[in-house]
Design a protein around this ligand. Structure first.
Ligand code: HAM
Length: 421
């Protein structure tokens, strides 16, 4: 029987994983520059946390969660997103007591039972930020700025930040009523799912993946007409901050996020090169969530992005260096005495640099060909003769020049040459 990775999941093989490391590195550096610190929460949580946090009317909770009972019959769910778990942890550990905003980041896998297609997986990775404890529109702007900066730092050009307001618990219901009123006569044109959404939470209709439904929604009223004064003012100030910070953005009144916890600002950054799944990241403010899952009232704002999509965008921009990191030295050896001497030199060199060594007992030519294929800077050649004379040959793989050195001088010599090149 042959096993395969489960549908919608994928292996990240070594030819690809170094690209992931590069994205993670740049993300971590950028997060540190913006003052965010890492949090690691469990991969699974109580199902109830997601049902409450993300919302019963969302597609995620209705049909995309990996939910299972453990051996004691407790209902647990693989996290479909990061925010609910971070907020649970924030409340559990009373993180908000310092007076300043708590700024957290994560980089980890998420799980959604979605229909797999380009850019959509059942296990996918997200980087995310959550800033808890401030009502200031400057926080929303900081998070949008972070997203745009990170994509630019990675070399993705032509991203577009789209912003909208989701209103608050005061004005959003007014908008829902207005939507119901205006869409009532068009209801037969919508898919069955949208008709359920219409009853439960009409704004969820904007999440529909069906083009015909989205077409009808083009005539729907804009939420901006229904905002209360507080939400209107907040939205204006977010835009003022973005403009002063020179962060390019566009107001998109059709932007509705697929999770229920949002209040006020919502945003996404899109990259056209991705086709249908063009959202690189999405986020917004969620001022009620902490309280809804049992904490003290705490305003908050955050963002998450799909790492697979980010990598696809990087590939299509040609923004990744063409090759992965190369070893500085490949130890090439023949005969068992040379194998011992080679292993000992490799051990000493590995304190300082990356070193590869052959374990297949192949001939000199095959080993040197391999060293060239790996892109090594130097080959260190040891045969029976070299071992008997207490020397090793350093071959410069760029010029082809070879020179012999006493074994004791090899490490220093390679270090000196690397520093010079
Ligand atoms: P989300 O829009 O559901 O938001 O997901 C954020 C990003 O994750 C998307 O823009 C997309 O890049 C990626 N993504 C989502 N589903 C998949 C999938 N099935 N396969 C591949 N990539 C996917 C959230 O998750 C919120 N927690 C964002 C947030 C944080 N809001 C406030 N704080």
């Amino acid at each position: 029987m042959k096993y395969q990775a489960p549908r919608g999941t994928r292996d990240i093989l070594p030819d690809e994983s170094w690209k992931w490391q590069r994205v993670e590195e740049v993300f971590r550096e950028t997060a540190a520059r913006f003052g965010y610190r890492e949090i690691r929460t469990p991969v699974f949580e109580e199902t109830e946390l997601f049902a409450r946090g993300i919302g019963d009317s969302t597609d995620i909770v209705r049909k995309e969660m990996y939910t299972f009972a453990d051996r004691k019959g407790r209902s647990l769910t693989l996290r479909p997103e990061g925010t609910a778990g971070v907020v649970r942890s924030y409340v559990e550990h009373s993180m908000g007591h310092g007076g300043r905003a708590t700024k957290l980041f994560y980089f980890c896998p998420m799980f959604r039972y979605e229909w797999p297609q380009a850019g959509r997986y059942r296990q996918f990775w997200q980087w995310g930020l959550e800033s808890l404890g401030s009502l200031s529109p400057a926080v929303d702007a900081e998070i949008i700025h972070f997203s745009v900066s990170l994509f630019a730092a990675l070399g993705i050009r032509g991203t577009e930040a789209r912003v909208n307001s989701a209103g608050c618990r005061e004005c959003a219901p007014t908008y829902n009523e207005l939507l119901r009123e205006r869409l009532a006569s068009r209801l037969p044109s919508f898919c069955e799912d949208c008709r359920v959404r219409y009853e439960r939470n009409p704004r969820r209709m904007f999440d529909c993946k069906n083009a015909a439904c989205l077409e009808v929604l083009r005539d729907a009223p804009s939420i901006l007409e229904s905002l209360c004064d507080g939400c209107r003012d907040h939205f204006d100030r977010v835009q003022a901050y973005l403009a002063r910070m020179s962060v390019p953005f566009r107001v998109d009144t059709s932007l509705a996020r697929g999770l229920d916890y949002y209040t006020k600002t919502v945003f996404e950054v899109h990259y056209a090169g991705l086709g249908a799944q063009s959202a690189l990241c999405g986020g917004g403010r969620y001022d009620q969530l902490v309280e809804e899952i049992g904490g003290a009232a705490t305003p908050a704002c955050g963002v998450s992005a799909g790492v697979e999509r980010l990598l696809t965008a990087l590939e299509s921009e040609g923004a990744l260096p063409a090759t992965e990191p190369r070893p500085a030295v490949v130890v090439v050896w023949m005969g068992s005495a040379a194998s011992l001497a080679g292993a000992s030199l490799a051990a000493a060199l590995r304190e300082l640099m990356s070193v590869e060594m052959d374990y297949q007992e192949r001939g000199l030519k095959a080993q040197l060909r391999d060293a060239a294929r790996l892109g090594a800077r130097f080959a260190l050649i040891l045969g029976e003769d070299e071992v008997a004379r207490g020397i090793a040959v350093v071959k410069d793989m760029q010029t082809g020049e070879q020179e012999a050195f006493p074994v004791g001088a090899v490490v220093g010599e390679i270090e000196r040459r690397l520093a010079k090149s």
